[in-house]
Design a protein around this ligand. Sequence first.
Ligand code: NAD
Length: 293
Amino acid sequence: MTLLDGKKTSEAIQDEIAAEVTALKADGSKIPHLAAILVGNDGGSVTYVNNKVLACERVGFVSSLFHYEDTITEEDLLNKIKELNEDEEVDGFIVQLPLPKHIDTEKVLEAVDPKKDVDGFHPINVGRMVAGLPAYLPATPAGILQLLQRYEIETFGKHCVVVGRSNIVGSPMSILMSKNASPGNCTVTLCHRYTQDLAYHTRQADIVIVAVGIPGLITEDMVKEGAVVIDVGTTRVPDASRKSGFRLRGDVDFDAVAPKCSYITPVPGGVGPLTIAMLLKNTLSASKKEVYA
Ligand code: NAD
């Protein structure tokens, strides 16, 4: 069994990005600039955004953080998005989700200029991805593709079972794995909360990708010998022995499942660290105008 080391892979990607930034600086070119909008003080969101800003600093990007109270009106938020759309200094920006209930998330995501939508959540980018056109790919599925590619895991003709169909992970992952691409060319089954007999499907999988948010959902009897298992789940569970008071648990019963696998991601340290690296990669692409001329 080989552990898929997301931390190491993420560091390698960030080193590659940092080297490109150094080269851009050397020839006097514009340095990539990522902006982030954060609304409210949700603990998870604040941590995620701070980590994104820190990662920008590490690779030499310029970053800006716009932090608003959760009382901000939808109109004010849309105005800020318009400003960032028009700001030529900013190559890409993200609006950290979730947003407060009084704000229409779809409306906000659609207000972002697709050319600056480095999260890949705008329907134009989703549509371009489905059509196989150049697009910003959502960071978590893109990170999983990097893991498969860098560990040279064969995907051609394999049966990939994706569990969870969210717009940010499961659904795009299922599309990307089915594409005539490398990694890709899998036969894909997409499972969700109404799937009958989940174990029947996962047991047939050469590659299982789970993004549900139920700790330990995938047990040893649900995985075939030699399978590749990618665990996206990150649920905070109470842990009195930690300073933070919690630890992260994945959707896979790691200790029991790992011995059966050819490859498996740990939680934490698997998929998680790649998400930020891919956001940076999308921002670099935005500044180089690689996706949209
Ligand atoms: P979500 O929370 O929006 O949706 C959960 C999905 O799981 C739904 O599509 C639902 O149909 C499916 N589901 C629910 N119960 C099920 C069951 N019993 N069997 C099969 N499917 C079931 O999904 P999300 O936003 O993709 O988040 C999923 C998990 O991944 C969460 O733990 C989240 O924290 C984590 N996550 C991690 C990263 C990262 O590591 N970078 C990024 C995104 C999400």
